[in-house]
Write a new protein. Structure first.
Length: 279
């Protein structure tokens, strides 16, 4: 007996009909985004520009305030110098009158046969002191006139004048230092005086401690505009001086300003001026 088997093919799946939603195209979104970006960038740029303008104005105000302050300081310095100049001119005029009176008094005294020698000496000393003071005031007056009229006012400390006398083996000297500047700047440093000459036929350079009574190595200076320094030199026996050297060493500076004078010239005119290192 035969059994027949009939193959049944699998059932085909039924197709389901789906619904697809299609959204409409919004063409205005991209332009809107572009406009928003432009607006944001413009607002940010305006903010940064305004901020830079404010910073610039503040910085400009600070610079203007500093310049006004410097101008005010310079004006005060000029006013002080002008007042000093006026005072010195008045003192000079008073000293000229006193000097003339003393000269007349001295001439009258010398014509008198009963002149007391002591009185004559005192009058002569007073006259010399007044003449010396008059010369000093003239020197200060010339300096302050230069201070008011000179266009270049940033000169360092320099030797304005140096005089030397012979007093029985001692040599009194007067050194005048000036600083031509309108700034209220205190100049400080040291001064060393040296001599070059001959002793026993050989050239020798003497330092300051070898030609001063107290064997000092240097003197200190401190000035705003003008300083006068007086002291004495003492020469070793047999030493024949030829050149006087004045070395100015400003504070916190490595090199000194060296000024030389001829000994043989009583007016002691400058021989040469150079910058040299510490010895």
């Amino acid at each position: 007996m035969q059994i027949q088997y009939r193959y049944r093919p699998p059932k085909k799946p039924k197709l389901k009909v789906g619904v697809m939603n299609i959204k409409p195209y919004r063409s205005w979104i991209c332009p809107l985004l572009i406009v928003l970006c432009i607006i944001i960038m413009g607002v940010g740029g305006l903010f940064l520009w305004e901020r830079n303008i404010q910073d610039f104005r503040k910085g400009r105000q600070v610079v203007i305030a500093q310049q006004l302050e410097e101008i005010d300081k310079a004006r005060q310095v000029l006013e002080q110098a002008f007042q000093k100049n006026t005072t010195l001119a008045q003192q000079k005029a008073d000293l000229i009158v006193k000097n003339k009176a003393l000269q007349d008094k001295l001439a009258t005294t010398m014509r008198t046969t009963q002149v007391d020698q002591k009185t004559y000496t005192q009058v002569l000393q007073s006259l010399n002191k007044l003449q010396e003071k008059n010369s000093d005031l003239k020197e200060e007056l010339v300096f302050y006139q230069r201070l008011l009229t000179s266009p270049n006012l940033e000169n360092p400390v320099e030797v304005s004048n140096f005089t030397l006398n012979n007093d029985n083996g001692l040599y009194p000297y007067k050194l005048v230092l000036t600083q031509l500047t309108r700034a209220l700047k205190l100049a400080e440093g040291t001064i060393e005086i040296q001599l070059i000459g001959e002793i026993r036929g050989k050239t020798k350079r003497l330092k300051m401690k070898e030609i001063t009574k107290n064997a000092i190595n240097s003197l200190r200076y401190q000035l705003l505009y003008f300083q006068r320094i007086e002291n004495k030199l003492m020469l070793p026996k047999g030493f024949k001086p030829r050149i006087v050297i004045i070395r100015l060493l400003p504070k916190d500076q490595e090199y000194a300003n060296e000024v030389r004078f001829k000994w043989e010239n009583l007016s002691l005119k400058k021989e040469q001026k150079e910058y040299v290192g510490k010895s």
